[in-house]
Design a protein around this ligand. Structure first.
Ligand code: ADP
Ligand code: MG
Length: 351
């Protein structure tokens, strides 16, 4: 017979709570890389380099030349909810930085081993310190350092056996990491990026700062993509609707591939918007004779009160105000660009 005695409810250990939460923020090696690169961008870096070993499970190392971290802040750097970017809830409304939760570094220390090396402007030496479960493992040790911060994450998910096994069995995260750095490099053209496997002398992504957007796309995605792109802009300054500006590059009728590439930044945040992607694909299949999928780079600027950045810890999917009318305006712009390119192509190929 089954007993009707209810089980006791107990408070979970803080370490258990933290590890569960950390596993949600850092779902896979690529999510750790995204958080680290965003921190480097927030720190004003103009050069960011990434080194990866074993798809990020053995090692992820991100080095930047940003403003560095103060010695006094090192003790709380990796505690949960410590940040230099947000202080009141209202700040969320206008926040420009990519981070704001103060959760990323903390999370990494709950599911991996984190070592930080950093130096601030005007200092003669830097400091190196390691963290576990949110706390410093030792006093920061003085060390030689160049400008900026280097963060090393080793043995990611060492204490989450199931996660580690799944990731080891699936194909490794390195292609995802390359894809991520490629996207950041195309959008942030004043920053030079590099990404390579540990021990490799050649980088798999390598861009130089201060090139044009098209140059950046060519460097990262190749000549064959860059030569078939058209510049596109759209805006909607009708005061009763949403106010937005969009600019980017989209592929023309000569570009024929089976899979869409969509690089989307909204207010300089790398995001996904499935509805917008689908809407653009529809225009391509309706306008072009060959069933080609597009290459799209789009940067959309919206008033910050029109974007809710706070819907998920990974901040990947944003929700927008007036999403439908915004998508419609973009669809119309894409359609007219494509029609023009299509007719000019027909004229060119006529005998
Ligand atoms: P958040 O980015 O949400 O503030 P993080 O856990 O990612 O939270 O980082 C915590 C804090 O550590 C940041 O607010 C920032 O002050 C500092 N920090 C992290 N990475 C860097 C970096 N590469 N350069 C300078 N400061 C950094
Ligand atoms: Mg951050």
């Amino acid at each position: 017979a089954t007993t009707l005695e209810p089980p006791r409810i107990r408070r979970l250990d803080e370490s258990v709570v933290n590890r569960i939460a950390a596993g949600e923020v850092i779902q896979r090696p690529a999510s750790a890389v995204k958080e680290l690169v965003e921190n480097s961008l927030d720190a004003g870096a103009t050069s960011i380099s990434v080194v990866v070993k074993d798809g990020g499970l053995k090692l992820i190392q991100v080095s930047d030349n940003g403003h560095g971290i103060r010695y006094e802040d090192l003790p709380i750097l990796c505690e949960r909810h410590t940040t230099s970017k947000l202080s009141t809830y209202e700040d969320l409304q206008t926040i420009k930085s990519m981070g704001f939760r103060g959760e990323a570094l903390a999370s990494m220390t709950y599911v991996g081993h984190v070592t930080v090396t950093t130096i601030t402007e005007g200092q003669l030496h830097g400091y190196r310190v390691s963290y576990r479960d949110g706390v410093m493992e030792n006093e920061p040790r003085p060390c030689a350092a160049v400008r900026g911060t280097q963060i090393m994450v080793e043995n990611l998910f060492y204490n989450m056996i199931a996660r580690r096994k799944t990731l080891q069995n699936s194909s490794d995260d390195y292609p995802k990491i390359i894809d991520l750095i490629s996207r950041f490099a195309v959008h942030n053209i004043s920053v030079s990026f590099s990404c390579r496997k540990h021990g490799a002398n050649r980088a798999d992504v390598h861009t130089v700062a201060a090139c044009s957007r098209l140059d950046a796309i060519r460097t990262v995605y190749g000549v064959s993509v860059a030569r078939d792109l058209m510049e596109i802009t759209a805006s909607d300054d009708n005061p009763v609707r949403s106010i937005f500006k969009m600019d980017g590059f989209i592929s023309n009728a000569n570009y024929v591939v089976k899979k869409t590439t969509m690089i989307l930044f909204i207010n300089d945040r790398l995001v996904e918007c499935t509805a917008l992607k689908r809407a653009i694909e529809v225009v391509y299949s309706a306008t072009l004779p060959k069933a080609s999928k597009p290459f799209i780079y789009m940067s959309i600027g919206l008033p910050s009160e029109h974007v809710d950045v706070n819907i998920h810890p990974t901040k990947r999917e944003v929700s927008l105000l007036n999403q439908e009318s915004l998508i419609e305006t973009i669809q119309t712009a894409v359609e007219s660009k494509l029609m023009n390119s299509n007719t000019s192509r027909t004229f060119q190929t006529q005998p």
